[in-house]
Design a protein around this ligand. Structure first.
Ligand SMILES: OC[C@H]1O[C@H](O[C@H]2O[C@H](CO)[C@@H](O)[C@H](O)[C@H]2O)[C@H](O)[C@@H](O)[C@@H]1O
Length: 606
C-alpha cells in the first residue's frame, strides 16, 4: 500500500494508520512511542494488522473515504455488486485505557463482510496468548494486553482470528479494541455509539474555536492541517511529536529511515507557531509547561529532542525482524540525533516563547529565567560548528541558517526586555546580536552569486535559507534575500519542487548513502518567501501545486518523490502541515509581511 493510501485516527496520546483497503497497519500503545501492536506497515500482515472490508474482492466496485466533517473520525465506504457498506474508525479521547472503535454499517443492499485480526506486540514480534470467550478476544504478551469486543464470533487459525458476516441495509455492528497493561484489571467496556457522538462533539468544539485567518478556498486544507497537528500533541504533557510513525523511508528501498515519534524543539515550536496563528493559546501554554519540565537543569544539558514526557534517553536501535516499508531497511526506533548540537533550536525556542507572550500568554518568571540561561550558554557557543536544522550525520559545519537562528535568539530576548519589561544584560545581547549579524553577512553571503550559502565558505545552497525573511534578520525585499530566493529556484528546484540541499556524490554533507525525495516544507518556504518578496502569483502557483500533493484526506508526508509520484517519509508529518498553514496565512493577508512583524506591532506593551 502506498503511504498516501493511509489515513490517521488518534486520541492525542497515540495514532493508528488505516489503509484505504480497511486495514489498520500501524498502532503503538499506550503512547505514540510505545511498541506497536499492529506493525504490518513496516513488514507484512504477520507483524500485526486488523482488516475489515467486504468479503470477495471481485465483488467490490469502488472505495471512497473522508473524515467526517472537521473531525478525526474516518469513514471508508465500499460500493459492491451487492450493496454499499461503511466502516467508521476512530479513537475516543482517552479515558482509563486506549480504545479503537470500528463501526460497520450497511447503507444499501445486503453485503457479505469479513474481518481478520493479528495482534503482535513489541513491533510485530510477539505472538500473544489469545483466549476467546463469547464476543471477546483477549491477547496477552509480556507487559501488554489487548481486548477485542466483537459483535460476531471470531474463528482462530493460522495465528489469526477471522469472521465473515452478512449485513443488510440499516445494520450497524461495533467492534472495540482496547489496550491495557497486562497486570491491571480487565478494562471497563465502553459504549461505542455514545463515544462516537462524544468524539465528534469534541472535535467540532475544538475546530469551532479556531480562527483560520485564511481565504475561503484554502480553509479546508488549513483546518485539516490544524486537526492533524492537534492529533500529534500528547495530551497528558503538552509535548508534540514530529509524526506518529517510524522508518517510513525518505528514499524508497534506502537507509534514510528515522523514528519521528518524539518531541523536537524545532518541530514543536514551529507547530505552536501555526496553532497560535489560528488562535490556539491553550496548546502553547501546555507546551510551555512541557518545555519547562523537559529542559529543567543546566543549559549545557539542553537536548534538541525529548520523549513525549520529557525523557532524555532515546537510544537508536534497529529492529531486524521487520523487513521495512517496501524493504527500506533498517527499521529504527529511537533517534541518534538526540545527542547532536543544533544551534537553531535556541532561536526557535526564544522566538516561540516571545510569540506566545505576544499572543497573550501570561509571563512566568521561570520561563524568563530559562531564556536567560539559554542565552548565557549561547554567548559562549554560538560560534561553534553544529549539525544544523537537517541533523546531518556528516561533519559539523558553520551552517548559515544556524547562525541566523542564533541571531534570532538574541533578537527575541532583547524584544522581551523592550516589549514586556523583562530585565537582563541587554547591552551585551545587543552587542552579540550585532556581531552575529555582521559575521553572517561577511562569511555566509556570496556577493558574486548574490546568495547566502549553506555554510561559511561553501558554494552550496540550502533551502533553510528561505526562512531568513521570516525571521526579521533582513527585510524581505533586501536584495540579498531576493538573490537567495532566486538562487534557490535556480539551483535547488527539480520537477517544480525544492530539495533541502544538493545531494553530493560523496554524501559529504549529510553522511548518508542514497538520495531522498523533495522535503515538502522547503517548497512551502519558497512559496512564503516568494509572497514576501512581492511575487504573489508565483507563490500561489507553488502553494496550489503543494496542495495537490496531499492525499485524498488532506494529509502530507515529510517528502514527495517525483521519480515515483509518491509521498515518502514519515506520515503524516507536522513539519509539512505547519508551513502549509503558515503559507495560507501569509497569502491571505493584505500585505505579505513576515508573521512576526505583525505580531510585534500588535504585541501588548508592558
Ligand atoms: O537527514 C538526517 C536526519 O533526518 C531526520 O531529521 C529530519 O526530521 C526531523 C524531525 O522532523 C527534523 O527536525 C529535521 O530537520 C529533519 O532533518 C532524523 O530525525 C535524523 O535522525 C537524521 O539525522
Amino acid at each position: 500500500m502506498r503511504i498516501e493510501d493511509y489515513a490517521m485516527i488518534g486520541d492525542m496520546q497515540s495514532a493508528a494508520l488505516v489503509g484505504r483497503d480497511g486495514s489498520i497497519d500501524w498502532l503503538c500503545l499506550p503512547r505514540f512511542d510505545s511498541p506497536a501492536c499492529f506493525a504490518a506497515l513496516l513488514g507484512d500482515e504477520r507483524n500485526g494488522s486488523w482488516w475489515i472490508g467486504p468479503a470477495g474482492p471481485d465483488r467490490r466496485l469502488s472505495t471512497r473515504r473522508r473524515y467526517r466533517g472537521d473531525t478525526l473520525i474516518l469513514e471508508t465506504e465500499w460500493d459492491t455488486e451487492d450493496g454499499t457498506v461503511r466502516v467508521t474508525d476512530f479513537m475516543p479521547p482517552r479515558q482509563a485505557n486506549p480504545d479503537l472503535v470500528r463501526i460497520v454499517e450497511c447503507l444499501a443492499g445486503t453485503v457479505e463482510m469479513a474481518t481478520q485480526v493479528r495482534i503482535r506486540f513489541d513491533y510485530g514480534r510477539i505472538v500473544p496468548w489469545v483466549r476467546r470467550t463469547d464476543g471477546l478476544l483477549q491477547a496477552i504478551g509480556g507487559p501488554d494486553s489487548a481486548w477485542l469486543m466483537s459483535p460476531v464470533p471470531l474463528r482462530g487459525g493460522d495465528y489469526a482470528h477471522r469472521a465473515t458476516f452478512r449485513m443488510s441495509a440499516g445494520d450497524r455492528l461495533p467492534f472495540v479494541f482496547t489496550w491495557h497493561p497486562s497486570h491491571s484489571p480487565s478494562p471497563e467496556p465502553i459504549q461505542p455509539f455514545a463515544e462516537l457522538e462524544e468524539t465528534e462533539a469534541m472535535w467540532q468544539e475544538w475546530v469551532g474555536r479556531c480562527d483560520p485567518h485564511t481565504e475561503p478556498q484554502w480553509r479546508d486544507a488549513v483546518v485539516r492541517s490544524l486537526i492533524t497537528l492537534k492529533a500529534l500533541t500528547y495530551a497528558p504533557t503538552g509535548g508534540i511529536v514530529a509524526a506518529p510513525t517510524t522508518s517510513l523511508p525518505e528514499d524508497l528501498g534506502g537507509v534514510r529511515n528515522w523514528d519521528y515519534r518524539y518531541c523536537w524543539l524545532r518541530d514543536a515550536t514551529m507547530t505552536l507557531d501555526a496553532l497560535l496563528c489560528a488562535g490556539y493559546v491553550d496548546e502553547a501554554r501546555d507546551w510551555r509547561e512541557w518545555l519547562l519540565r523537559a529542559i529543567a537543569g543546566r543549559p549545557q544539558d539542553l537536548q534538541i529532542m525529548y520523549g513525549v514526557a520529557g525523557e532524555r534517553r532515546l537510544p537508536e536501535l534497529e529492529l531486524p525482524w521487520l523487513e521495512g516499508y517496501e524493504e527500506s531497511r533498517p527499521v529504527r526506533i529511537g533517534n541518534a540525533a538526540v545527542d547532536q548540537f543544533q544551534l537553531d533550536i535556541y532561536g526557535e525556542v526564544t522566538n516561540c516563547l516571545f510569540v506566545s507572550r505576544a499572543s497573550g500568554l501570561a509571563a512566568l518568571s521561570r520561563t524568563w529565567a530559562i531564556q536567560r540561561s539559554l542565552m548565557d550558554f549561547l554567548e559562549s557557543h554560538w560560534d561553534e560548528p553544529d549539525e544544523g536544522i537537517w541533523e546531518v550525520r556528516g561533519p559539523r559545519r558553520h551552517f548559515v541558517h544556524s547562525k541566523v537562528m542564533a541571531w534570532v535568539a538574541a533578537d527575541r530576548v532583547i524584544r522581551q526586555v523592550s516589549h514586556f519589561g523583562q530585565s537582563g544584560p541587554v547591552d551585551r545581547w545587543r552587542a552579540l546580536r550585532d556581531r552575529i549579524h555582521a559575521e553572517v553577512l561577511e562569511k555566509g553571503y556570496d556577493p558574486v552569486r548574490e546568495t547566502f550559502t549553506q555554510s561559511y565558505g561553501s558554494r552550496e545552497l540550502d533551502a533553510a535559507l528561505l526562512l531568513i525573511p521570516q525571521t526579521g534578520f533582513l527585510p524581505p525585499r533586501d536584495p540579498r534575500v531576493v538573490g537567495t530566493v532566486t538562487a534557490v529556484e535556480r539551483e535547488l528546484m527539480e520537477e517544480g519542487l525544492v530539495m533541502r540541499y544538493p545531494m553530493a556524490q560523496d554524501n559529504s554533507v549529510d553522511g548518508l548513502s542514497g538520495g531522498e525525495g523533495m522535503f515538502l516544507a522547503c517548497s512551502f518556504w519558497l512559496a512564503e518567501a516568494q509572497a514576501m518578496i512581492g511575487r504573489r502569483r508565483d507563490a500561489v502557483e507553488m502553494f496550489e501545486r503543494l496542495l495537490s500533493l496531499r492525499n485524498d484526506v488532506g494529509l502530507l508526508a515529510e517528502e514527495y518523490d517525483p521519480r515515483y509520484g509518491r509521498l515518502v517519509g514519515n506520515f503524516p508529518q507536522a513539519f509539512s502541515h505547519v508551513p502549509l498553514i503558515h503559507t495560507a496565512h501569509t497569502l491571505s493577508r493584505a500585505s505579505c509581511m513576515p508573521r512576526y512583524a505583525d505580531l510585534l506591532d500588535q504585541a501588548p506593551r508592558a
